[in-house]
Design a protein around this ligand. Structure first.
Ligand code: IPE
Ligand code: IPE
Ligand code: MG
Length: 239
């Protein structure tokens, strides 16, 4: 069922934050916040399909998150596994194409193979592209891109913004028009540092496990009311 919005972003990027605080506020272990957080992920994907969003990128595990206690890191890895294994069939049925951004090879055990399998199974789906940022860091992505450019023998004169974009993990994804961060934190935390240069930010105090379809609707409405100027003076630049 399509919804009426003034403007609909093609690509929404989400920093899913606040799982730990959600759990602590209830006297629960942080792991329980992460578990309930996966239910919010499932809701978000459904809501994006309903609202006819074409690309969704979710920040699930950063390159800095390895510094958390080992037990928490292991728990988060198991949760990713449960999403890409247990939800694969239903995501596939819903027309979701799963992609991964970040360094897949560094994931423990055969998790990388499971993610590759989910990518392979869903690669013809067209309703929604779901980019899972897992072991992702914006700076790491740029380092990776520069290394590959040098390996390919790219000449200095040929380097331009388009070329740099083509070397990023997101090479086949348009830049996000809308960036949502939950839990009230006002920072990028190394997420999509190149791609969000002109994204509109919507920061909500809602903690990630509580994030609902209605919260997404409100964020898209707020985006629709923004005057996107891209450095120009008139609102005619607005998309
Ligand atoms: C987001 O919630 C999930 C991940 C970063 C993996 P947090 O775990 O960061 O929750 P808070 O910020 O400590 O509340
Ligand atoms: C950002 O949240 C990373 C993810 C949501 C995966 P963090 O909770 O790790 O970020 P900081 O440490 O508050 O900046
Ligand atoms: Mg956090």
């Amino acid at each position: 069922m399509s919804e009426e919005f003034k403007k609909l972003p093609t690509h929404i990027a989400v920093i899913m934050d606040g799982n730990g605080r959600w759990a602590t506020a209830r006297g629960l272990p942080r792991a329980e916040g992460h578990r309930v957080g996966t239910e919010a992920v499932r809701r978000l994907i459904k809501a994006c399909v309903d609202f006819q969003i074409k690309y969704l990128t979710i920040y699930a595990f950063s390159t800095e998150n390895w510094a958390r206690p080992k037990e928490e890191v292991n728990g988060l890895m198991l949760l990713l596994e449960s999403v890409v294994v247990n939800e694969l069939e239903s995501l596939d049925k819903e027309g979701v194409r799963i992609q991964h951004i970040g360094r897949l090879e560094a994931l423990p055990g055969n998790l990388a193979d499971k993610v590759r399998h989910a990518i392979e199974v869903t690669h013809n789906n067209e309703k929604l592209v779901l980019n899972i940022a897992w072991n992702y860091g914006g700076r790491d992505e740029l380092v990776c891109a520069i290394k590959h450019m040098i390996q390919d023998g790219v000449k200095a004169d040929d380097v331009n913004e388009q070329l740099v974009s083509s070397y990023l993990f997101t090479s086949d994804t348009p830049d996000p028009e809308l960036l949502i961060r939950t839990s009230g934190e006002q920072r990028l935390s190394n997420f999509l540092i190149w791609q969000t240069a002109y994204s509109e930010w919507v920061i909500t105090p809602v903690l990630w496990p509580d994030f609902s379809k209605e919260d997404l609707r409100q964020a898209i409405i707020e985006y629709g009311n923004r005057d996107r100027r891209f450095g120009k003076v008139s609102s005619s630049a607005s998309k």
